[in-house]
Design a protein around this ligand. Sequence first.
Ligand SMILES: Nc1nc2c(ncn2[C@@H]2O[C@H](COP(=O)(O)OP(=O)(O)OP(=O)(O)O)[C@@H](O)[C@H]2O)c(=O)[nH]1
Ligand SMILES: [Mg+2]
Length: 368
Amino acid sequence: MSTLQKIAELEAEYAKTQKNKATNYHLGLIKAKLAKLRRELIEPSGGGGGKGGEGFDVAKSGDTRVGLVGFPSVGKSTLLTKLTGTFSEAASYEFTTLTAIPGTLHYRGARIQVVDLPGIIEGAKDGKGRGRQVISAARTCNIILVVLDVAKPATHKILIERELDGFGIRLNQEPPRIMFRKKDKGGINFQAFVPQTTLDAEAVTAICREYKIHNADVHLRCDATVDQIIDVVEGNRKYMPAVYVLNKIDQISIEELDIISRLPHCVPISAQHGWNLDELIDKVWDECKMIRIYTKPKGQIPDYTAPVILHSHHPSVEDFCNRIHRTLISSFKYAWVWGSSVKHQPQRVGKEHILADEDVVQVVKKSG
Ligand SMILES: Nc1nc2c(ncn2[C@@H]2O[C@H](COP(=O)(O)OP(=O)(O)OP(=O)(O)O)[C@@H](O)[C@H]2O)c(=O)[nH]1
Ligand SMILES: [Mg+2]
């Protein structure tokens, strides 16, 4: 039986099993088995079924990478062209774009790489179309713009999320507060620090056993689900911000626009007419937590044209150093900082100091 058939069979079994406390244990095991099979699909272990597994080769450039993901003909290529000026063919037929096409958007001194991806179809996660490549490319981005046709946003949104989810991408979710650590002996040490509605020691032990893990610490600091436990055990999940771009609003009424604009994480636009693109770019900036830090070489004025971009609302001086060069921190002595994060201008700080947007930093290295 092929992996896809096994997946279909388990999905059918899951669907027909009643969902209640008594079957929880059994359902958890089905989910773990499914997760293992899906992983085989994503990273085929040598031989058969591996073709098309690699993502598109797009040289990473710029400070932030934005991926455009969506069904065919929703307007991804039109959006890329409008945002970056890079031409990506747009046409009224489906699957116009067949490979990843990057463009660059310059905004507030940052270089934002926008990658137009081929349209994905339902079943992409199970190897249909170029879905696997599209989704692997999506994993390399800082943020995903899920582009939706405003005429059918809700159904498409769910389908796309399901495809990405099957590939280990979790949109707009925090990693679960679960500590999981494999050990050599001692069995499964299960501790729940908050009351659990669905999980208990027995269910967690069973999932671990499914993964042939017999000794581990599992500490739950959230009301965890089976899926979250599996995510932590699998370990290769990617938690990414996403914005739902509702395109083609030129096709709907003001009343309809008013309703859809209230959806969380959504930005309504018209790529063709260039409507509301500023709000979209601002949203990307916020969701990617982009902070600009200017460098000041000793005895020179700061370079305000090329900020170092950090992706954190609370970046430390150490994060800043690591962004410049991975060895810089080992020779770090202290830094002078000008800007809103310090009281005195300049102020001498250590590597733990938290920087703010548009601070100026001068690193002083140890001598010798
Ligand atoms: N009315 C309207 N049409 C749009 C808008 N944006 C794009 N289109 C049209 O929608 C069609 C598809 O646009 P594309 O940009 O090729 O869509 P795509 O998502 O890149 O499609 P694939 O590459 O096939 O996945 C084209 O005919 C565009 O002119 C918009 O804001 N409003
Ligand atoms: Mg396209």
